[in-house]
Design a protein around this ligand. Structure first.
Ligand SMILES: Nc1ncnc2c1ncn2[C@@H]1O[C@H](COP(=O)(O)OP(=O)(O)OP(=O)(O)O)[C@@H](O)[C@H]1O
Length: 268
């Protein structure tokens, strides 16, 4: 069992704090979704949880060790971080296969090359994500969605205990979004701990595990999906009339924009 915890976490790029006094918990087998409006600090928080940024105050612990004291290589064997996709195309000369094999770096010596087993595992995962035909293509020459799937393959090849995903479905069509959500469910079932940010409350409703919301006023609410994904809390977080309703046929919950309120927002 691996555990990532944060207590009293605060961070600010300048003097004004972006968020303050956040408590967070993730353990093996758990899925933790973080929701909140654009620019509220979700990616920044993930960077603190991944050990990329040092919090202004508070501490992040990986099991019983302060994360800041864990070496980058040891950290990479425990935590994989899949950052947000950038819309800019950075030219990369690697093939897609070589790109995903970077996930093996924490296990290789300085000048060592990936083993045949690593390459076979990479090809198996590329196949699983429908990328096998692109394995030899340059990473820069595949679509944004394919790059996003490749970054997930790279994280899996890292064989971590915990995976931090920043908007893992942002560039994906609806079928691939669902595939990634299913994969996240499967990974949690296999024992990985997963934290992800998403802009879609319905993804958090589907995953139905732990949820946190960060609002513009800095309010942080954390708990089981059913307690956090309420009409009241989501409307407050997004400053928009949202309703969480239960579908009559299968009791599945879904989040909708209240239509009457939507019309009144338009001034009809
Ligand atoms: N390196 C940086 N230096 C200064 N300010 C930054 C930096 N990175 C982000 N910010 C600012 O911090 C705030 C939070 O950014 P962050 O990317 O964490 O938000 P977010 O909730 O992930 O947003 P989104 O949902 O739009 O991705 C924003 O106002 C952003 O402009």
């Amino acid at each position: 069992m691996t555990e990532l915890t944060a207590k009293g976490l605060s961070f600010g790029y300048a003097k004004t704090p972006l968020f303050s006094d956040i408590d967070f918990q993730l353990h093996s087998g758990q899925i933790h979704c973080i929701l909140g409006p654009n620019g509220v600090g979700k990616s920044t928080l993930l960077n603190c949880l991944a050990g990329v940024y040092r919090p202004t105050s508070g501490a992040v612990m990986l099991d019983d060790q302060p994360l800041a004291k864990v070496t980058p290589a040891a950290r990479a064997r425990k935590i994989a971080y899949v950052p947000q996709m950038s819309s800019e195309r950075t030219p990369v000369s690697f093939s897609l296969r070589d790109y995903v094999l970077l996930g093996r770096a924490p296990y290789l010596g300085l000048l060592a090359a990936p083993s045949q087993r690593d390459i076979a595992q990479a090809d198996k995962l590329l196949q699983r994500f429908g990328l096998a035909a692109r394995a030899e293509n340059s990473y820069s020459a595949v679509s944004g969605g394919q790059q996003q799937l490749a970054s997930i393959v790279r994280a899996l090849l890292q064989e971590p205990a915990l995976i931090i995903f920043d908007e893992p479905t942002s560039a994906l069509d609806v079928a691939n979004q669902v595939r990634v959500l299913q994969l996240i469910r499967q990974l949690a079932h296999d024992g990985y701990g997963i934290v992800l940010t998403t802009h879609d409350p319905n993804q958090a409703l589907l995953l139905n595990d732990q949820v946190s919301t960060l609002a513009q006023d800095g309010q942080w609410h954390s708990g089981a999906a059913a307690n956090i994904l309420t009409s009241e809390n989501l409307s407050q977080v997004y400053q928009l009339p949202l309703q969480v309703i239960e579908l009559p046929n299968n009791h599945q919950k879904t989040c909708i924009v209240d239509q009457a309120a939507f019309r009144s927002l338009q001034g009809d």
